[in-house]
Design a protein around this ligand. Structure first.
Ligand code: LLP
Length: 449
């Protein structure tokens, strides 16, 4: 058994090459008997693609569960609640699976909150609401639902929240999200913890907001929150941010505020290139960096991981439509595109791409590109890949986080279907979007009087 991509984390075994078994007549005739093929848990991805078409997202429930469990183990020495960051993958069945593991949720919109309540009506008590631009209607929904914590990001937002809670005569529990001015050393688009970023309130201004909040009858001050960015692999940044936040907690307590919760945000990176330590080691280092500055403070820790829970648990399956060579440059044109997985186009992100049939060892240098009419529509550039033919299936790895959620209909392409593999069974958890789905909100004629 071999994990896809050399030197990668091998536990839990979500996507592995296996010798094919239970070959159908048809497949034996095609000469694929006994070939090495990539599977999700025990199911051959080739079979899933044949059944559900491509492009297709495939997720492993076992891996998602294992990641939630790894967080629980790493943080078991401190009272904590894992609030999975819904934005990473908000497909209902994924949320349901994570809720079943006992986790709560981090939401950033009324829509995300509705998704959470849709999978578990009682989940609100474990929901934190983050984001710089909460609208009045979203606040109303969240106050009404009785969520665990609002992470407030400005004085104006605090005023609106106080007004909303007062009007509804229902208490809103608040933390101020602080901006610790710490560099996350990650991609600039997903770095959030410096003063130049729109997020949070400078630590020096936070006590003023807490004083205002404490005066409000329907606000209850209960925590401090921080989130410095995403895909962070240098755990020193977390430690630095938490040290500053721990100092603030001491100051606020001296001022008489009852600070019980410390929301440490999300941001733990994963090894897209398979070059880092195993996830168990990574999460242990992360837990140490987060918990060390909080020693002795008797806080309830909230964690908002997204990517580290679902990222490695998903692949995007795509078929090679055409091979072509422009002058000397080789292209593999596949049936997935930037509308299905935007990360390479938007952040220059690296995703390993492997053939689903593990046969040939021969390699070539090629670009893997989609059918969209933009040069930015690529999954890999000048990448050394195993040689594949037209019609072959490729798996784009680590696509479980910020994959389907960033999908769009650009070029009037329907969004990909999504399949969850759970207990050796595959279920379509989001069907492929049809052309009718895409046009259902539109009118052909614009009426003019
Ligand atoms: N909490 C807050 C307040 C956040 O803004 C985020 C992510 C998270 C938690 C979850 O962070 P994670 O554990 O997943 O790193 N689309 C980008 C990532 C954007 C992250 C936005 N905020 C990407 O594909 O890399």
């Amino acid at each position: 058994m071999k994990r896809a991509g050399a030197g990668r984390d091998v536990r839990p075994p979500a996507f592995v090459y296996r010798r094919s078994e239970n070959r159908s007549e048809r497949r034996i005739k095609r000469g694929v008997k006994g070939a090495l093929e990539l599977c999700c848990e025990r199911l051959p991805l080739e079979d899933l693609a044949a059944r559900y078409g491509t492009p297709l997202y495939v997720y492993s429930a076992a891996m998602i569960r294992a990641r939630v469990a790894a967080f629980a183990r790493a943080f078991d020495s401190i009272p904590h609640t894992l609030c999975y960051s819904v934005k990473a993958n908000s497909t209902l069945a994924i949320l349901r699976l994570i809720a079943e593991e006992g986790a709560g949720f981090d939401v950033v919109s009324g829509g995300e909150l509705r998704r959470v309540l849709r999978v578990n009506r009682k989940a609100a008590s474990k929901v934190v609401f983050s984001g710089v631009g909460k609208a009045a209607a979203e606040m109303e929904l969240a106050v009404g639902a009785g969520i665990l914590l609002f992470n407030v990001e400005s004085a104006s937002e605090l005023r609106l929240l106080a007004a909303t809670a007062t009007r509804l005569k229902k208490q809103a529990v608040v933390a101020v999200r602080v901006n610790p001015d710490v560099s996350a050393k990650t991609h600039p688009y997903i770095s959030t913890g410096l003063h130049q970023h729109k997020f949070g309130v400078p630590i020096s201004e936070a006590p003023g907001l807490y004083a205002q909040a404490a005066k409000q009858a329907f606000l209850k001050v209960a925590g401090v929150s921080v989130h410095i960015g995403s895909q962070i692999t240098n755990v020193g940044s977390f430690r630095e941010a938490l040290e500053r936040v721990a100092d603030l907690v001491r100051v606020l307590r001296e001022q008489g505020h009852d600070i019980r919760y410390l929301d440490a945000g999300g941001g733990l990176g994963i090894s897209y290139e398979g070059t880092q330590a195993s996830f168990e080691k990574q999460i242990a280092a992360y837990a140490k960096a987060v918990m060390a500055p909080l020693r002795g403070l008797k806080l309830h820790l909230l964690l908002e991981p997204g990517r580290s829970i679902v990222g490695a648990a998903g692949v995007l399956l795509t078929r090679v439509l055409y091979r072509k060579t422009n002058h000397k440059k080789r292209f593999l044109i596949v049936d997935a595109a930037m509308n299905d997985l935007l990360r390479p186009s938007l952040y220059g992100a690296h995703h390993e791409i492997v053939p689903v049939r593990g046969g040939t060892r021969e390699t070539e240098i090629a670009d893997v590109v989609g059918p969209i009419c933009e040069t930015g529509d690529f999954f890999a550039r000048d990448r050394k890949l195993r040689v594949v033919s037209e019609g072959d299936l490729l798996a784009i790895l680590d696509a479980g986080a910020y994959g389907s959620v960033l999908g769009s209909n650009y070029n009037t392409r329907g969004r990909a279907a999504e399949v969850l593999v759970k207990n050796a069974k595959a279920t379509v958890i989001r069907r492929r979007e049809s052309w009718q789905d895409q046009i259902r909100l539109e009118k052909v004629w614009a009426r003019t009087n």
